[in-house]
Design a protein around this ligand. Structure first.
Ligand code: ACM
Ligand code: ZN
Length: 469
């Protein structure tokens, strides 16, 4: 039943069915199992009367999400509006990606970011841990990654050096997470029903790693950790064996740290000219019967997938992994629009939609008075129009769309306040798109609820963008 009142319940995302009842309640919450089986593991039922508050769910995640709804309902004035709610998510993958390579965010900042995600029923934290500008994860076997590759000469990107506190005593800029810190963050995420998908970029966007391990490039010469944006030639050689051994050793430690099903291997934006000139790469292509460098990239990803699958995990990569032939079990994250997602789902692969047209939260969110951003324009309403299941995907393949997410590329977000500003309130719109039924979308209603919802954002200490146009 949809709400009969004109004022929808002040929650984000909107429940599947909500009936507002007269009165308010201050009763204790009683929780009980055995909810409607159709609610699955993440759904819940909530019944609030003046004298009782009852929350039913089938599994811990469902109770957790019911509690998040209660928290939102209470945020306005402490008491609960009487209502009956039946609710479950539309998609199982409701994500946010944070790039900690362009700028580093501390353990406590990441934990706070996870808390705010959970309050919006977002459940996948895609952690972009390495890129050309920094390596952020301690790997015991390769200490040079955090001694050298985690640091660069300056904040870069033309930014004010005072915009961040992440400097080492010698003045170098950067940072990394120890494995103990990562375990703490993973445990914290689990307590918030969030799965972390770690991303280790390969074969491109790897200048930082190749600063520390120059022998793994085609030429054997080291790279320099970049200080500005762009697409660089910091690429692993696909002809030598050593890069595969190195990456497998790294993935072994990554898999041990992250219990989730998915390991993200990047795969985007790989300039192929080093490979064209490299005798090792060209020999590999002859040996393997590969027609071009796109097929060499496909060989690279397939080999890594075989390793990841052998450890009982699944590979996910950006949509460039379709080029030269998709690895047999790969999941595709479609970012250059939705075409990659359409192609992969049609071919029977799972897909996560994160198109730059709606989901790039590094783009401007307002037209005037905004801090410098990378470009583009994605206001709140545009995010609210995001639809992961596009009509070009055949009906019998739409189940391959696991959901979607937004990406926080942080070139121009040098501190946590700025990251939050770019994330919220756009992530509120994203949360609603990924959880609520498509038919219930109503931007005007969302805006009304958002005005109340800011009380919760304030209580959570979120530095969201307030005035946008
Ligand atoms: C990407 O934005 N390069 C995935
Ligand atoms: Zn090579």
């Amino acid at each position: 039943m949809k709400s009969k009142n004109t004022m929808p319940l002040p929650v984000i995302p909107q429940p599947v069915r909500a009936e507002e009842l007269p009165g308010q309640s201050n009763a204790e919450v009683i929780t009980a199992g055995n909810a409607d089986p159709a609610l699955g593991t993440e759904g819940y039922e909530l019944h609030i009367t003046p004298t009782s508050v009852t929350l039913h769910a089938n599994a811990p995640a469902g109770f957790f999400y019911g509690q998040q709804t209660l928290r939102q309902l209470r945020a306005a004035d402490g008491s609960l509006p009487c209502c009956r709610i039946w609710d479950k998510p539309r998609f199982g993958w409701r994500g946010l990606m944070v790039d900690v390579a362009r700028h580093f965010f501390t353990k406590d900042e990441i934990k706070h970011f996870l808390d705010v995600m959970a309050a919006h029923k977002l459940n996948v934290f895609h952690w972009h841990l390495v890129d050309d500008q920094g390596w952020r994860i301690e790997i015991k076997r390769y200490p040079k990654l955090t001694e050298l590759a985690a640091w660069r000469n300056s904040i870069g990107f033309g930014l004010d050096p005072g915009a961040s506190r992440n400097y080492r005593a010698d003045g170098r800029y950067g940072g990394f997470y120890t494995q103990a810190e990562i375990r703490e963050i993973v445990a914290h995420a689990a307590s918030q029903h969030i799965t972390i998908v770690p991303e280790i970029e390969m074969p491109g966007h790897s200048s930082a790693a190749l600063t520390a391990h120059g022998e793994l490039t085609c030429s054997g010469n080291p790279c320099t950790t970049n200080q500005d944006g762009g697409i660089f030639h910091g690429i692993f050689c696909a002809g030598k064996e050593a890069p595969f051994e190195f990456l497998q050793n790294i993935l072994t430690e990554v898999i041990e740290l992250f219990p989730g099903q998915y390991i993200h291997i990047g795969g985007d934006e790989v300039p192929k000219d080093n490979w064209k000139k490299c005798p090792h790469c060209q020999q590999r292509m002859r040996n393997e019967g590969l027609q071009n460098e796109e097929e060499l990239q496909s060989y690279f990803i397939r080999r890594v997938e075989k390793f990841i699958n052998a450890q009982g995990r699944r590979l996910i990569g950006w949509d460039e992994i379709l080029e030269g032939g998709l690895a047999p079990n790969a999941t595709v994250m479609s970012w250059r629009g939705v075409a990659g997602g359409i192609a992969a789902a049609t071919a029977g692969h799972d897909v996560v939609m994160t198109p730059f047209t709606h989901c790039y939260f590094d783009f401007y969110q307002g037209k005037v008075g905004q801090p410098k951003a990378i470009g583009g324009y994605i206001p709140l309403e545009k995010v609210y129009e995001f639809e992961p299941v596009v009509p070009e995907i055949p009906a019998e393949k739409t189940h391959h769309v696991l959901g979607g997410g937004a990406n926080l590329w942080t070139e121009y977000m040098p501190n946590y306040g700025h990251l939050q500003y770019m994330t919220y309130p756009r992530a509120c719109a994203l949360a609603e798109v990924l959880w609520s039924p498509k038919e219930s979308r109503d931007f005007a209603g969302f805006q009304t609820r958002l005005a109340r919802h800011t009380k919760l954002l304030d209580a959570l200490g979120v530095k969201y963008a307030r005035t946008l146009d």
